[in-house]
Write a protein that binds this ligand. Structure first.
Ligand code: SAM
Length: 285
């Protein structure tokens, strides 16, 4: 039975191992059973599933995942947590802990080796300092992933869901919405963690699309365009695009393409939807 997920047992484990919580690794351990159960429920993990957990910490959510899933692989960067995890996960025979940086981990190879290349589910209380690169790696890395259920900073969860016109709309929103259906499934206050983070948190569930909602001939070109548009988000699109080394077209060519789409040449990237970015990338030379 999962024993962690409350403040008392978390403190007992930290004291037993003399473990100093390390801020530089974004360590905020979950100490709320309701939140843990909610994450497991919303992840849709069953005994048929192989789960990748990023940053198991002292093994709190890992215990819940071991009970819900067929098999769990947990990737933890902090080597000082490895003996702690051997202790807290000792009762489970369906978990493997890998001491590595997730950003340098070949997730496709893990899915291949452990799950015969079949799609896996990712569940994590992410270290907030690397949320965006981790999400981009999971979406764009080409590993077979069915869904991603992660705790992130509340503002970042909102950014993933939002559309044109919002100040939070940007490259992350567009990447998430191209690859997955995003839904915030819980808001989690600081007092559910130890130590308490300074910011509010939210759990977001991303269900990967089998086919993206927008058809585009050259995905990479579309994302280069999106990056160019938001790297200089205050500039009009013709200025932002021609100011970016990835594009060799002229301002007139960008303006012509925008006009052909019925848009003003003064428009900024933050006003364009995903399908408009797809169309514009196809019209640009
Ligand atoms: N899962 C635990 C929980 O919910 O209580 C801990 C979550 S804590 C927010 C984030 C965890 O990710 C920490 O254990 C931290 O050491 C680990 N971590 C930080 N950077 C990492 C990286 N680059 N790769 C793998 N794990 C990392």
């Amino acid at each position: 039975m999962a024993t962690l997920g409350n403040a008392q047992n978390t403190i007992a484990v930290l004291n037993k191992h003399g473990f100093p919580v390390r801020k530089q690794f974004g360590q905020n351990f979950l100490v709320d059973e309701h939140v843990l159960n909610k994450i497991i429920r919303e992840s849709g993990v069953t005994k048929d599933d192989f789960v990748l957990e990023i940053g198991p910490g002292i093994g709190t959510m890992t215990q819940y995942l071991c009970e819900a899933a067929k098999e769990v692989v947990a990737v933890e960067i902090d080597r000082m947590l490895i003996p702690v995890l051997e202790d807290t996960l000792g009762a489970y025979d369906n978990v493997t802990v890998i001491n590595a940086d997730i950003l340098k981990t070949d997730i496709r190879a893990i899915a291949e080796e452990k799950n015969g290349g079949h799609p896996i589910k990712v569940v994590a209380n992410l270290p907030y300092y690397i949320t965006t690169p981790v999400i981009m790696q999971l979406l764009e890395g080409g590993a077979p992933i069915e869904s991603i259920t992660v705790m992130v900073q509340k503002e970042v969860a909102e950014r993933m869901q939002t559309g044109p016109g919002s100040k939070d709309y940007g490259a992350l929103s567009l990447a998430v919405q191209y690859y997955a259906k995003a839904e915030i499934v819980a808001n989690v206050p600081p007092n559910c963690f130890m130590p308490r983070p300074k910011v509010g948190s939210a759990v977001i569930h991303l269900e990967k699309y089998e086919v993206p909602p927008v058809a585009v001939a050259d995905e990479k070109k579309m994302f280069r365009l999106i990056r160019a548009a938001f790297n200089q988000r205050r500039k009009t699109l013709p200025n932002a695009v021609t100011g970016d080394a990835a594009f060799t077209c002229t301002k007139e060519q960008v303006a012509d393409a925008l006009r052909a789409m019925g848009l003003s040449e003064m428009v900024r990237g933050e006003a364009l939807s995903l399908s408009q970015f797809a169309k514009l990338s196809e019209l640009l030379p």
